[in-house]
Design a protein. Structure first.
Length: 229
């Protein structure tokens, strides 16, 4: 992530037109247009994505199934060679489940990390609904949109040339000790008229934890009853 944010951006900045006027809404409107327009982005309010996963810290492979109903519901199922893990966040509450066993409520830092995972998946259209809570700053040529929810915050690094999100940093504090989760987005391609990143490079506290590669995305889906229960 440090490499990403410290790369020289002079060429990119000179080539990029200025963002629309307005500290937040103008930037979000530009992003919505760049991603494919509001009508197309609405398809990502409810979707299921399937990913191939390479776990860097264990040199292990697996898959991830991500079900999303914006802005408040997320279900992630991780499948490894010898185990499975499910995480659900819905209306501010959450649980984890291992190998199909007992569902255990998530609390404290565990729940905060799951909420950050949902926040990082907000599309520009969803972010627009939170525009009054978003602040804007500049970092190494990027426009950074910051959204805080209690003691957690997400920071979206917007590429000034493409108007797409290059990275998201999620932050929380445990007993006063800050924690940081970084996800870089790469390889944007259009699916059903909207730009979607096809690769994620993930870091926790500076350690490269996993790389994910998109296999399939179904947008505008109706989730089965109980998906987020």
């Amino acid at each position: 992530m440090k490499k990403l944010l410290l790369l020289p951006l002079l060429i990119l900045l000179f080539a990029a037109p200025a963002f629309s006027a307005g500290p937040v809404d103008g930037i979000l409107d530009d992003m919505i247009a760049a991603y494919g327009g509001a009508d197309n982005l609405k398809k990502l309010n409810s979707y299921v994505s399937l990913w191939d996963m390479k776990v860097q810290v264990r040199n292990e492979t697996g898959t991830a199934r991500v079900s999303v109903a914006q802005p408040g519901s997320l279900r992630v199922k991780l499948t490894y060679p010898t185990k499975t893990e499910s995480r659900v966040v819905n209306a501010g509450a959450g649980y984890k489940q291992y190998d199909g066993g007992e569902k255990k409520p998530a609390h404290g830092p565990q729940l905060y990390a799951m909420k950050l995972q949902l926040m990082r998946l907000y599309s520009p259209l969803v972010l627009k609904s939170f525009s009054e809570k978003i602040t804007v700053s500049d970092s190494n040529g990027y426009k950074v949109l910051s959204l805080t929810d209690g003691n957690i915050s997400s920071h979206y690094f917007v590429n000034p040339k493409t108007r797409l999100i290059d990275a998201v940093i999620g932050k929380l504090a445990i007993a006063g000790r800050p924690m940081e989760f970084v996800t870089e987005y790469h390889d944007y391609k259009k699916i059903d008229g909207v730009f979607v990143h096809h690769m994620e490079n993930k870091f926790a506290q500076g350690m490269n934890t996993a790389k994910l590669y998109l296999k399939e995305l179904k947008s505008g889906v109706s989730h089965p009853a109980g998906t987020f229960k």
